[in-house]
Write a protein that binds this ligand. Structure first.
Ligand code: PMP
Length: 301
């Protein structure tokens, strides 16, 4: 059994230690690259087609031709995943990512760099957030507005979100940043969308200002099935501070409750609230894994 994970790089599946890209790569030099990330649940990949659809929209936005079809990405993704699955325990799962940069100039033209890779999900470090909730901090840095660079595309340039994270974590190392958009409404965090619950209904920022998270879409689908109304809305800090419940969604978290915003408790600060709990249970049913239990089990080790 191989002991090192493998990755696909430009036509070959190689051990990760040999998976390298050029110092002249535009992804490295300028963040000029696109990616997407799904995950496994119980070692089964989740909504790969939907992630690849979003990936190809991001590529189109960035005017990068990856030189491979969606079907080829799907096949190669499964090949890389299957080679890596024997390396994790039954109760672990992977993030599974496709990445394409504009690449390196060869004979006057850019030749794209294509990478497909797996990374173990960080269950241990994030488990406490399912017990305690996420302490959200809203940093002064605003999310890049659509006029500057569309937040709907999933590109390698995360500097705006990184600045936000540095600022939030300087206040509290456990803080989870959620940025405002340039209009002063909640937008998103580095890797997560946000929802608030008010009077039994869900509010989430408008899609123009955030990444259309697949977990955000799953949550909206589930809410509709459960008869919970969902509104895309401008949500300001008043809405956040006075919300009955709040939670973030992401590929890794699925749904994770928020306990406070800028030190102000959501409700009485206990988590999860009843709507968040109902949605999380339904999410778990859909993916075939008890999402919350998978995280909480790590606290007992
Ligand atoms: N916003 C940003 C900026 C992200 O990077 C992510 C993670 N892909 C999300 C939201 C959540 O999206 P998803 O549910 O597809 O993981």
């Amino acid at each position: 059994m191989a002991q090192e994970r493998v990755a696909y790089v430009n036509g070959k599946i190689v051990p990760e230690s040999q998976a390298v890209v050029s110092i002249r790569d535009r992804g490295f030099l300028q963040g000029d690259a696109v990616f997407d990330t799904t995950r496994t649940f119980g070692h089964r990949i989740f909504r790969l087609d939907e992630h690849l659809d979003r990936f190809f929209l991001s590529l189109k936005y960035m005017r990068i031709d990856p030189g491979l079809s969606k079907q080829e990405f799907a096949r190669l993704t499964m090949e890389v995943l299957e080679a890596n699955l024997p390396l994790i325990n039954d109760d672990d799962d992977y993030w599974v990512s496709q990445r394409v940069s504009r690449g390196v100039m060869v004979d006057g033209e850019y030749k794209p760099t294509v990478v497909i890779e797996c990374a173990p999900l960080p269950f241990d470090v994030r488990a406490k957030y399912y017990r305690d909730g996420l302490p959200v901090v809203v940093p002064s840095v605003r999310r890049t507005p659509p006029e500057a660079q569309s937040p709907r595309a999933k590109v390698h340039n995360y500097v705006n979100l990184v600045q936000a994270e540095l600022e939030a974590k300087a206040h509290n190392p456990d803080a989870w940043p959620i940025l405002l958009d340039t209009n002063g409404n909640l937008a998103e965090g580095p890797g997560s969308n946000i929802f608030v619950v008010r009077n039994g209904e869900l509010l989430t920022p408008k899609e123009q200002y955030v990444l259309s998270g697949i977990s955000r879409r799953v949550t909206i689908e589930i809410a509709q099935e459960l008869g919970i109304a969902v509104h895309e809305a401008d949500i300001d800090l008043y809405d956040a501070y006075t919300a009955d419940e709040a939670f973030v969604t992401s590929t890794s978290f699925c749904i994770c409750p928020v306990s406070s915003v800028n030190g102000s408790d959501i409700g009485d600060g206990s988590v999860p609230g009843p709507v968040t709990e109902r949605l999380t249970k339904a999410y778990s049913g859909m993916v075939g894994i008890d999402v919350e239990a998978q995280y909480l089990a790590r606290l007992e080790r």
